[in-house]
Design a protein around this ligand. Sequence first.
Ligand SMILES: C[S@@+](CC[C@H](N)C(=O)[O-])C[C@H]1O[C@@H](n2cnc3c(N)ncnc32)[C@H](O)[C@@H]1O
Length: 196
Amino acid sequence: MLLLTKPFILLFMAEEQKAKSSDGGRTSERVSGRQERGYAMVALDSPSHPVNVGHTLRAAMCFDTRLVILSNATSSINLRRLPTDPGRTWRHTPVLSVESVFESLPYDCTPVAIELTDDAEDLVDFQHPERACYIFGPEKGSLSQETLNRCDAVLKIPVTLPLNLAATVNVVLYDRMLKMRRPELRPGGNNPRTTR
Ligand SMILES: C[S@@+](CC[C@H](N)C(=O)[O-])C[C@H]1O[C@@H](n2cnc3c(N)ncnc32)[C@H](O)[C@@H]1O
């Protein structure tokens, strides 16, 4: 009679699982329990108004954004005292304060500029990258040409005048959420297992 000890049984089960996997066990065959693939991040370049930063943080929490980057923010902005962020988002969503957005981009995350330029793509027709960092310009200016050049795409919301900064953040994140629910428009492609 074959006596199987506990460590031996565990080893046997692991080997069996490896054999079932088509690539010799290098990746798991299990389907992730996450509802969505990829993630969205928001970066504000040189924000100066606490009201906009608060609304942006609130939007980040509402739309389940994974990270917020504040680059070169006005020093008087105090995250603990933002009347437009009653949920104190920074307690739940990481907020980085940095000098340059690009220094803080996670691995294989696609930078997408949001700016009202003549040759920007229309947000309406845009298929979002699976892992995206949406970069927004300052209230009293625009994203620099250098920032626009470093982004994979430049998007505009087709309106007659520039929107308020925080309103723009909400529109872009809503657009991503909407398309996430449409298989033919889903970020990263229509196959839920496809990566960009
Ligand atoms: C209030 S706007 C800046 C003012 C604007 N540059 C002007 O000419 O009056 C602040 C930021 O919001 C974003 N934004 C506002 N309206 C936009 C639109 N229609 N499409 C894309 N981005 C927009 C951009 O990131 C912009 O840098």
